[in-house]
Design a protein around this ligand. Structure first.
Ligand SMILES: [Zn+2]
Length: 411
């Protein structure tokens, strides 16, 4: 070990970089202290002329007072660490910078990252060629641990490796700190009580004044001070359909400055809109978005159907033939934004009630993704079978509502 130390001290190394090469020896002391111990011991060996110190860089002992070997101690100069360029001395000012930036945002946990020049890593490799890697620690590890500890002590918040709310990036090359604010995800259920409202604001730009997304997002954006938001529903109802059962959704708030917001209060604020209601708001993790989108539970729709001629009760019995597989080519009304293909969906059950000779109320229990309006009209033969086809009438859908949504099991 002494030979190895003599060899690596041919370069000027700071206490941390020296001690870090023996990091796996002895617990409860820091690399800096390890470095000091080693340096003091080597200094004694040099002072007593007990080793060959001819190749050692004397500046490794700047500030030492030698008793015997005064020759060696002549002209000692202060010199930067060959390995890290005194990188650790930049920590204080960078941590201050980070503190200032972090004080402006709310977070409950964090992670630090650091950017160090490639040159340092290649120099570290060179040192390891001498020391071997048995007892070493990498500089990246030490620096991140140090930075993490500093931030943890200042803000009294834990480090989170898996899903940190903020990532503090220390750039030692640019001498700067960047704060990456990760999104906040809120899960909940909504009902749409009024028709004529699209689910997402991007769906039909300009055409509609508001959307389910905007109504829900408004108080959330105000409370979190985020810069944007994304909305994911478990399926969606048509713009002119109401959704009278609770539909699961997740809203992602991008770059929120506040996180510990009162969700009960937000629920009340959304519910004042009278257009959209929400319940069960809770914070969730990112993976829930995928789960929500993949959700394919059955739905029950209620639609008023108008006929162009009177249809008697006996004829209506044929509607039961809709139960089964429906072959549905992409409807004309959505063909501009959806791929033209034939989808197979199923109708699980059909219930109907005659309102008058030319009107019925139809309840359709169907698999997710069935286009109900086209199930009624037939869409010029693109949906088969359909109400129009089966009854041999022209059937027009009115007042479409989603009245039941199968609840996801584990959300
Ligand atoms: Zn160093």
């Amino acid at each position: 070990m002494i030979d190895v130390i003599i060899k690596i001290l041919e370069k000027r190394l700071c206490d941390r970089c020296l001690g870090r090469q023996f990091s796996q020896l002895l617990s409860r002391i820091k690399n800096e202290e390890r470095g000091k111990i080693i340096r003091n011991f080597i200094a004694m060996l040099i002072d007593g002329k007990l080793i060959d110190y001819s190749k050692i860089n004397p500046n490794n002992f700047y500030g030492f007072k030698f008793k015997q070997n005064k020759e060696f101690a002549k002209n000692l100069k202060k010199e930067e660490c060959w390995l890290c360029n005194d990188l650790f001395e930049k920590i204080d000012s960078l941590v201050k910078k980070a503190e200032k930036k972090l004080k402006k945002i709310e977070f409950n946990n964090f992670l630090v990252g650091s950017k160090i020049s490639e040159e340092i890593f290649s120099k570290e490799e060179k040192i390891w060629e001498i020391t071997g890697i048995e007892f070493v620690e990498s500089i990246k590890f030490e620096i991140n641990r140090e930075l993490g500890n500093r931030i943890r002590k200042i803000f009294k918040k834990p480090v989170n490796y898996k899903n940190p709310e903020v990532v503090v990036l220390f750039d030692f090359e640019k001498n700067d700190v960047e704060i990456q604010i990760n999104s906040l995800y809120i899960f909940g259920y909504y009902k749409k009580l009024k028709s004529g409202i699209p689910q997402c604001k991007w769906g039909t730009p300009g055409k509609y004044k508001t959307s389910v997304q905007q109504i829900i997002a408004k108080p959330i954006m105000k409370a979190t001070k985020g810069v944007n938001n994304k909305f994911s529903g478990s399926g969606r109802e048509d713009i002119d359909a109401r959704c009278l059962d609770w539909r699961p959704f997740v809203i992602e708030i991008i770059k929120p400055k506040k996180r510990n917001v009162n969700l009960k209060k937000i629920e009340r604020q959304v519910n004042k809109s009278k257009k959209v209601k929400v319940k069960g708001l809770k914070f969730c993790e990112k993976y829930i978005v995928k789960k929500i989108k993949a959700e394919t539970g059955d739905k029950v729709y209620r639609v008023l159907v108008k006929f162009d001629r009177p249809v008697d009760k006996k004829e209506l019995k044929k509607l039961k033939n809709l139960v089964g597989i429906i072959s549905q080519r992409t409807p004309i009304r959505v063909a501009h934004r959806r791929a033209d293909k034939i989808r197979k969906r199923s109708v699980k059950s059909i219930k109907y009630k005659q309102i008058n000779k030319k009107t019925i109320e139809l309840k359709v229990e169907a698999s997710s993704g069935l286009y109900i309006k086209e199930l009624v009209t037939g869409d010029n033969g693109r949906t088969k079978p359909s109400v129009s086809e089966i009854l041999n009438v022209k059937a027009i859908p009115k007042d479409l509502d989603v009245i039941k949504i199968e609840k996801p099991k584990d959300l």
